[in-house]
Write a protein of this length. Structure first.
Length: 266
């Protein structure tokens, strides 16, 4: 999906903004969306800029070590992780939550994750895994489609009505598995139920055969600031099994984290 129209149009409407920086950030976002490599021509087409402008963007990022070149192909380097390090380093929530998450992951022998909503994605802030043979390879900082993830649905359900309606209007609900909910009306009903029940159970909607269960994390003002979730290979386990075996300890873990947050806030 081209990143240019929004980026360039915004920069041109706002004289205080720098087109070059806007396009550079748009280029990094393209790589962040899962594009492994691009040629100079592909960058120009996707950003809607000239080939010369694309060349300057790539060479600038290469000069600073964020992009590497192999023949005609360009790819991002691990140095881009520095851009997000300051954000994650300043976050107290992952640090405070990790001991509770570690205990929960080992108690249930399932992966425990902490996530926040960023536009249409849930971003993983922390992740604790027990020793196990089969797992989904997802690291901290990974962005996942909110509509098809249990933590994402918990966070979407916490939005006010106007923000939730805007999301449902604009979101691209892609069929990820045969079980994925792609109808906005059906998703709206699910989010209302999640808001009412205070938890979300997901079955094979993002990855076939994998499921998840999540609950919200609230601050001292009862505002939802993140979601805490468990993900697992479902096997023969049903929704009823997850609610019986996983929801109570997950809710207790969320309460422990919320207590620590309130105590820290003073």
């Amino acid at each position: 999906m081209p990143a240019s129209p929004v980026c360039e149009a915004t920069a041109k409407k706002e004289p205080e903004l720098l087109d070059a920086l806007s396009n550079g950030l748009a280029l990094l976002r393209l790589f962040a969306m899962g594009v492994p490599t691009m040629t100079m021509q592909q960058v120009a087409e996707k950003l809607g800029v000239t080939r010369a402008a694309a060349r300057r963007l790539l060479l600038t990022l290469q000069h600073h070590g964020y992009v590497a070149q192999d023949a005609r192909q360009f790819a991002i380097t691990p140095k881009v992780l520095e851009l997000g390090h300051a954000y994650f380093a300043s976050m107290s929530l992952p640090v405070l939550a990790r001991p509770v998450m570690h205990a929960l992951a080992h108690e249930l022998q399932e992966t425990c994750s902490l996530g926040v909503l960023d536009q249409d994605a849930v971003v993983l802030l922390a992740r604790e895994e027990p020793p196990q043979l089969l797992r989904v390879d997802l690291g901290v900082g990974r962005r996942l489609p909110a509509f098809a993830h249990s933590m994402g649905r918990v966070l979407l359900a916490a939005l006010d009505d106007a923000a939730q309606a805007a999301y449902l209007r604009d979101a691209t609900l892609t069929m990820l598995t045969p079980a994925t909910t792609t109808d906005p009306g059906a998703l709206a009903g699910i989010l209302q139920r999640v808001r009412k029940e205070g938890h979300c159970v997901l079955d094979s909607e993002m990855v076939d055969g994998f499921g998840g269960i999540s609950v919200p994390l609230r601050d001292g003002q009862s505002k939802v600031v993140a979601a805490l979730g468990l993900s697992m290979v479902l096997g023969r386990r049903s929704r009823k099994d997850l609610l019986r075996d996983c929801l109570p300890p997950l809710q207790r873990a969320a309460q422990q984290i919320e207590w620590v947050l309130r105590a820290r806030a003073g």
